[in-house]
Design a protein around this ligand. Structure first.
Ligand code: 2HA
Ligand code: ZN
Length: 270
């Protein structure tokens, strides 16, 4: 069996977490990531029939039965992931209809999976229905997007339109726009279900006064999605209080979309 610390999926996870930390998106134990593993890939690096311990999840996710996920641990600091991946990360298999996460590797100090597992797993299920390539759910606290939720209308169309108007790239990167949840208590099944509902129509879901969720086919793509939205929010906060001399018009955004072959969310451009 190959060394798990040399598994491309593990290396990429560690690098991504470190990069998110260095962007300032994951202070202290903020943020969490889950990556759906390919069974054959995982089997090259760990005993996938292992059952180190079973951890109850407190919710059902029958569509995910049998699937394996590499996840960040509850209370773990992204800053520390590169120094001790086996302590700060875990590989779980979803069993008993989603009621149980069977630990196959990691969480070596006896810890548990991320407190946001409901939002992650329910979002995986929702995105898998929309896109079979779906593998990653990523949550973090980027400052500009978070700040924007204090001063911008939280209407999803209005919020998305502002982001699309801030950078030429935005409509190409998230043509489905950004959905927004009002503030809710985190770490619960309720916010998990609400996030997954929002994930049915967009790969980005803002949690007002908290942070953002992104979903995608791989770590790079999902990181890039959040990075692009966060950049747009940064531009917005730089200009929102200044007299506007120019804007990216709906017609310009339509041209960008047509040129790059993406379809902006129906009805979100005038
Ligand atoms: O604890 O970001 O939303 C990690 C979080 C909770
Ligand atoms: Zn959070």
């Amino acid at each position: 069996m190959k060394d798990i610390l040399e598994a491309p999926f593990l290396i990429e996870m560690v690098r991504t977490a470190a990069n998110m930390y260095s962007h300032g998106w994951d202070e202290r134990n903020g943020g969490n990531i889950s990556l759906r593993l390919d069974e054959a890939d995982a089997a090259q690096h760990l005993d996938t029939s292992a059952a180190i311990r079973d951890i109850p999840t407190g919710f059902e996710a029958p569509e995910l039965e049998g699937l394996c996920f590499l996840v960040t641990g509850a209370g773990k600091y992204f800053k520390n992931i590169p120094y001790d991946p086996a302590r700060n990360l875990g590989i779980i298999r979803i069993v008993q209809g989603g009621n149980t996460a069977r630990l196959l590797w990691g969480l070596s100090d006896g810890g548990s999976f991320t407190s946001e597992l409901p939002a992650h797993l329910m979002s995986h299920a929702a995105r898998l229905r929309a896109d079979p390539r779906q593998r990653v759910v990523m949550h973090c606290h980027p400052s500009n997007l978070l700040a924007m939720t204090y001063v911008h209308d939280l209407d999803e169309r209005a919020f998305t339109r502002t982001l699309w108007q801030m950078c030429t790239e935005c409509v190409m990167v998230f043509p489905d726009g950004v959905n927004v949840l009002p503030w809710m208590l985190c770490g619960t099944n309720e916010i998990g279900r609400a996030t997954a509902d929002k994930m049915e129509t967009a790969r980005l879901v803002v949690w007002a006064q908290h942070g953002i969720y992104g979903a995608g086919a791989d770590l790079d793509e999902t990181f890039g999605l959040i990075e692009t939205a966060e950049k747009a929010a940064e531009i917005y906060l730089k200009i929102a209080h200044l007299p506007l001399k120019a804007t990216l018009s709906d017609s310009a955004i339509r041209q960008i979309a047509a040129h790059t072959g993406v379809t902006p969310r129906e009805g979100w451009l005038e």
